[in-house]
Design a protein around this ligand. Structure first.
Ligand SMILES: NC(=O)c1ccc[n+]([C@@H]2O[C@H](COP(=O)([O-])OP(=O)(O)OC[C@H]3O[C@@H](n4cnc5c(N)ncnc54)[C@H](O)[C@@H]3O)[C@@H](O)[C@H]2O)c1
Length: 433
């Protein structure tokens, strides 16, 4: 039986499924893309070749075989990897896997691109063969650009399945594989959504302007230029609300993220008014065209609840670096310390719940959220011992791997030029390739 993944079937030709199919085709693999109808599958492929920077060429697109689940399901029979990327609905995914299990060949691998459904709920009571051959492959959008794929094995997934998938993702698709556990939202979205939802609340409490919040939550920390509100405009308040509802159903009962699952009052009003973000023509920011035809940016003032021209925030020099921002006493520093301090402590407390080590967490945030440094690299840049002291003086309990660092009398999460990381045993280990 060949161990190579040469022929791939992707089910669901929406944003993610078409993206995954396109990427596999771009790497010279034989690809079958199925949706409910052949037309939907074909439209998914067509989208890949459109826009200013198409994901794939016409030639690559033509190499993808499209079809309907109704008429062409048998095309998956000789595929080595079948990747499911249909709507986020447990019943639909389970029905689909039951059908795939009947036609797929021995030795083929199944995966789901779910972003929030526990894998164990998908394979529950399914045949033993399926349970050994299934994993989550959580790609990030846009698939051809984002480096991260979270690979999540189930409790019975064979090590051979995990190895073959990781090898294919890393070496053929040239992605960055992060090993995650079957916990809610895996790694990137667990921490990233905490940061965003906590951010909305802490920013509202801070009284800072939208522009100042975004100026702080970007370059000074090493986060993307969109900042907090700009990122939520990209994602959409409706998606944030959906994510919060999923977290509400699945987060552990004592998880600190539970404090931030209801949108602040103003954002809740924006959501019910349909002021969702870029997709609705404006959220926290919107582009307007003046009478002279000139375009300019406006900001939704959260205090007055009215649009006004955007005013670029000017940060003091001492506020352009996280190591100073975290330990000062003015409003901008206090907000940064509130949000980043809580987020870093949250990441620390999630080891080993969501990942056995800090390396996978740092990589997930860098490769999936474009942070310059992951949470533990960030903590190293603000001196973890000093950070833990500061948390204690603010009455925050120091938990997880940060507590391990303190208890083992270490002073950094990485050493030897970043080639070794601190493990949960309080000892340093080699960073895997
Ligand atoms: N969009 C993202 O940023 C993103 C990121 C990571 C993971 N995901 C996950 O990837 C999966 C797909 O998301 P998407 O954004 O591509 O969604 P999408 O809405 O763009 O596409 C979903 C596709 O599923 C098809 N579909 C719907 N019902 C079906 C059924 N009964 N049988 C077969 N196909 C059916 C639709 O025709 C559509 O083509 C979801 O599980 C989602 O949570 C999405």
């Amino acid at each position: 039986m060949s161990q190579k993944i040469n022929r791939i079937a992707v089910i669901g030709a929406g944003t993610m499924g078409a993206g995954i199919a396109g990427l596999c085709a771009a790497k010279g693999r034989e690809v079958v893309l199925l949706d409910m109808t052949e037309e939907q599958a074909r439209k998914g492929v067509e989208r890949l070749t459109q826009g200013r920077r198409p994901a794939i060429t016409e030639e690559m697109a033509n190499s993808i075989t499209t079809g309907s689940l109704q008429d062409q399901l048998s095309l998956v029979a000789d595929c080595d990897w079948i990747c499911e990327a249909v709507v986020e609905d447990l019943g639909i995914k389970r029905d689909l896997f039951a059908r795939l299990e009947e036609v797929r060949k021995d030795g083929s691998i199944l995966s789901t691109n779910t972003s929030g459904i526990p894998l164990r709920d998908i394979y529950k009571d399914m045949p033993e063969r399926l349970q050994q051959d299934i994993a989550v492959t959580h790609f990030f959008n846009p698939v051809h650009i984002m480096k991260l794929v979270e690979l999540v094995p189930g409790s019975k997934t064979s090590s051979q399945t995990t190895r073959r998938l990781a090898d294919f993702l890393d070496n053929t698709l040239e992605k960055g594989t992060v090993y995650a556990k079957d916990t809610v939202n895996f790694i990137g979205n667990r921490i990233g959504c905490f940061w965003m939802l906590a951010g909305l609340h802490k920013a509202a409490d801070s009284g800072l302007s939208v522009e100042t919040v975004d100026a702080l939550m970007s370059k000074p920390i090493g986060l993307p230029a969109t900042g907090l509100y700009g990122l939520i405009d990209l994602i959409g308040l409706d998606v944030m609300d959906f994510v919060a509802k999923n977290l509400s159903a699945n987060l552990p009962s004592n998880d600190p993220g539970r404090s931030f699952l209801t949108l602040p009052q103003t954002e809740a009003q924006m959501l019910s008014d349909g002021q969702l973000g870029r997709k609705s023509g404006g959220g926290f920011y919107k582009m307007v065209k003046g009478d002279d035809g000139e375009k300019s940016m406006e900001v939704f003032d959260l205090t007055n609840k009215a649009w006004r021209p955007m005013i670029k925030a000017q940060l003091e020099t001492s506020h352009t670096d996280i190591s100073q921002l975290m330990y000062n006493d003015d409003a901008e520093s206090k907000f940064t310390c509130e949000l980043m301090g809580t987020t870093l402590q949250y990441a620390s407390a999630l080891v080993p719940e969501i990942s056995d080590d800090i390396v996978n967490i740092d990589r997930a945030m860098k490769w999936g959220f474009n942070w310059d440094k992951g949470p533990f690299e960030l903590m190293d840049s603000i001196e973890p011992v000093k950070f833990a002291e500061m948390l204690k003086t603010r009455g925050v309990q120091v938990d997880g791997i940060l507590k391990v660092l303190i208890d083992s009398n270490n002073t950094s999460f990485y050493q030897a030029d970043g080639s070794e990381f601190l493990g949960t045993d309080g000892k340093y280990h080699k960073v895997p390739a």
